[in-house]
Design a protein around this ligand. Structure first.
Ligand SMILES: *[C@@H]1O[C@H](CO)[C@@H](O)[C@H](O)[C@H]1NC(C)=O
Ligand SMILES: *[C@@H]1O[C@H](CO)[C@@H](O)[C@H](O)[C@H]1NC(C)=O
Length: 186
């Protein structure tokens, strides 16, 4: 009797796994989140993409404080991939304004149909005496990426205030259908 229920349990469990495995990814989940300085004092622009249409929301708060005390809404635009599949994607942009210069913030982006991981950034120090530390790199690739791990670690250690990314940030799918972020954010 016990063996039967165990077998039934295992069967149910494997059923759940198999079924989940077959589900397509959730298209309203944020992907490819990045930040950029829009050239407006005390602000930061959060950009991401999603496969399906959804709202553009960023919830944020000061580092070390209560999470997500602030919320900002943005805009969504359609991006049609130039590959043979002509894949349609949605690009979300949310401007965070009235940030405290030099303060660190924690945020996530998305909507009530799916949130990103939690990320953090520091608002730009607006003092005329401020001398930012720059990192500069070209096209981002993941084949023999000699500098990538160093950039990742140095950034996590807070060594840079500004990173200039000169070139494409791209991802190949099937070798043909590419997802390329529009260059205007950089
Ligand atoms: C989500 O996007 C995919 C790919 O474009 C599309 O096939 C699907 O119908 C969309 N789903 C909804 C609910 O809009
Ligand atoms: C901004 O930079 C200036 C000059 O280095 C410094 O004196 C000041 O403390 C910085 N402000 C913040 C909020 O970090």
């Amino acid at each position: 009797m016990k063996m039967t229920s165990l077998r039934l349990l295992l069967w149910c469990f494997s059923g759940v796994i198999t079924r989940n495995h077959c589900l397509p990814p959730i298209g309203t989940q944020p992907e490819q989140v990045h930040i950029s300085y829009p050239g407006l004092k005390n602000s930061m622009l959060i950009t991401w993409s999603s496969a399906n249409e959804t709202e553009s929301v960023v919830e944020y708060g000061v580092w070390g404080g209560k999470l997500f005390t602030h919320s900002a809404k943005g805009t969504e635009s359609v991006f049609v991939n130039e590959g043979v599949e002509q894949r349609v994607m949605f690009i979300h942009r949310v401007l965070l304004s009235n940030l405290t210069p030099g303060a660190s913030y924690v945020y996530h982006c998305g909507s009530s149909f799916g949130w990103s991981d939690i990320f953090f950034f520091s608002a730009l120090n607006e003092s005329v005496f401020f001398s930012p530390r720059f990192a500069l790199f070209g096209d981002l690739g993941n084949e023999n990426p000699q500098s990538l791990s160093r950039l990742q670690k140095d950034t996590q250690m807070g060594m840079y205030d500004i990173i200039l990314h000169i070139g494409k940030m791209l991802c190949l799918r099937n070798g043909v259908n590419m997802i390329i972020f529009p260059a205007m954010d950089w």
